[in-house]
Design a protein around this ligand. Structure first.
Ligand code: AMP
Length: 219
């Protein structure tokens, strides 16, 4: 497997650390990191019918953005990445239809997803981790309250203001977890059948999770 044009996917419940791992993998293998959550949060700030619809879905209701919108936004974004550049998908696909869409998209370009990492953590651990998550308004880095930063701190990476995501409250987390469980099993199955799925224990230190993932890529 060539590392320079590899396509990877990280799957896992919210708070599993998939964003952190994707960021570390992007750095190590020089991959373009695609986080649909961040793309939609930016769109949600736009004062347009689409922006308001996305804001309602992701911030007020904690529901998934419908596939037709995801396809449109995703394609527009990924088309801009130079052909042959390595990619890591984080937070997408979220549905079986999206997985099929992404497969077809890459197939048309003569490419394919190489490996899919499923980072597993329990429901209790998810709630525990998300309740202390803070995000930088500028560089979007996720930080842990009481571990990486204190309540009044600025982002240690860029000095930006930190905030708690509107969907990181216990009620919102529960809805997102329920939605996630409904869609994750068919996705896991889909990639298992393609022989691309690798299950990783997400309840280990960040460096150990990373080591486990890198070990599979460098095999
Ligand atoms: P995340 O930052 O990955 O937790 O995403 C935040 C929110 O954006 C999710 O709860 C969804 O509402 C929405 N979202 C992100 N990625 C997708 C996707 N691939 N399909 C549908 N909705 C998504």
């Amino acid at each position: 497997m060539s590392k320079s044009n590899i396509i990877l996917v990280v799957l896992g419940p919210q708070g599993s650390g998939k964003g952190t791992q994707a960021e570390m993998l992007a750095k190590k293998f020089n991959l373009t990191h695609i986080q649909t959550g961040n793309i939609f949060r930016e769109k949600a700030e736009e004062d347009t019918p689409l922006g308001r619809k996305i804001d309602r879905l992701i911030n007020k209701e904690g529901r998934l953005v419908p596939d037709e919108i995801v396809f449109q936004v995703w394609k527009e974004y990924v088309e801009k990445i130079p052909q042959g550049k390595g990619i890591i998908l984080d937070g997408n696909p979220r549905t079986l239809e999206q997985a099929k869409f992404i497969d077809n998209f890459f197939k048309e370009k003569g490419r394919e997803i190489n490996k899919v990492f499923y980072i597993g953590i329990s429901g209790e651990e998810t709630i525990k981790r998300l309740s202390v998550r803070r995000v930088c308004k500028d560089c979007k880095k996720s930080l842990r309250l009481g571990i990486d930063v204190e309540e009044s701190d600025k982002c240690p990476k860029c000095g930006g203001e930190l905030f708690q995501r509107e969907d990181d409250t216990p009620e919102r987390i529960k809805v997102r977890l329920d939605t996630y469980k409904e869609v994750i099993l068919p996705l896991v199955d889909y990639y298992k059948k393609q022989d691309k799925l690798v299950e990783i224990n997400g309840e280990q230190p960040i460096e150990k999770v990373f080591e486990d993932i890198v070990g599979c890529i460098e095999d």
